[in-house]
Design a protein around this ligand. Structure first.
Ligand code: DGL
Length: 258
């Protein structure tokens, strides 16, 4: 493995760009190849088998680009596909992301916190999440809030649309003043933090991007493939909606102020 090889990173669409942003902050010298499967988004309402098949196809593409590690920047695809992708490709680090239950539970270790966990249907119903929630159930209370359709609204790129505002108001209003924080358990959702605050007021957010970026740093170090030397890395964007407009949208999300 050479340090100049790129890191492959994928999501069902542009959500994983929230993870890519954090990776570029933590590892600015790395080269990244981002793949968003926007033509097949959302993954959250698909079966396990369908999510696995799509994730395998993208992983094969990223490996054909000679990547040294793969990051599944999608909570849904991590739950459905990480274990089998790792079994198929033991030669390469394959990292996933999961809802930030642990950071939320540890945040107020001395008190009983109540946290809302916003995520897709698939993420919240798969064993991986249920086990994670069980591990921390004596530390904090977690309320699962399935958000079908929210990732699709974010995929349109119009984050201040009336549809997004109405969606969030209807979903979140029952919890105003009743939770200590929100776990953003889908990588699309950090892009609507401002719109969530407009409903909930000032609220603490937790997401898995930083933990995954730190994990990538450790794994690259362990495998001796960390790119060092202070030369800034490059970022390439690819999408299954292969149009200049879609790539321009990805780039806008990559640089947008949050
Ligand atoms: N971004 C994906 C996640 O983190 C899900 C969006 C979708 O349903 O495709 O779970």
């Amino acid at each position: 493995m050479s340090s100049n090889q790129a890191v492959g990173i994928f999501d069902s669409g542009l959500g994983g760009i929230s993870v890519l942003r954090e990776m570029c902050r933590v590892l600015p010298q790395e080269n990244f190849i981002y793949y968003g499967d926007s033509a097949n988004a959302p993954y959250g309402d698909k079966t396990n088998e369908a999510i696995l098949a799509l994730s395998e196809r993208i992983t094969d593409y990223l490996l054909s680009r000679n990547t040294k590690a793969i990051v599944i920047a999608c909570n849904t695809a991590t739950s459905a596909a990480a274990a089998s992708l790792r079994a198929r490709h033991p030669e390469i680090p394959i990292l996933g992301i999961e809802p930030a239950i642990k950071p939320a539970a540890m945040h107020r270790a001395s008190e009983d916190g109540r946290y809302l966990v916003m995520a897709t249907n698939a993420t919240l119903h798969l064993q991986k999440f249920l086990k994670l929630e069980k591990r921390f159930e004596d530390k904090a209370e977690f309320i699962s809030l399935v958000c079908p359709g929210l990732a699709d609204l974010i995929e349109t790129g119009d984050l201040d649309s009336p549809e997004i505002k109405t969606y969030l108001r209807e979903k979140l209003s029952p919890f105003i003043g009743k939770v200590d924080g929100i776990v953003l358990g889908c990588t699309h959702y950090p892009f609507v933090k401002k719109q969530i605050r407009e409903v909930m007021g000032s609220v603490e957010f937790f997401d898995g991007a930083h933990g995954t970026a730190m994990q990538l740093l450790r794994r690259l170090r362990e495998t001796g493939s960390l790119r060092e030397g202070g030369v800034p890395g490059t970022v390439e964007f690819h999408s299954s909606i292969d149009t200049p407009e879609e790539i321009a949208l990805y780039k806008r999300f990559f640089t947008m102020k949050l």
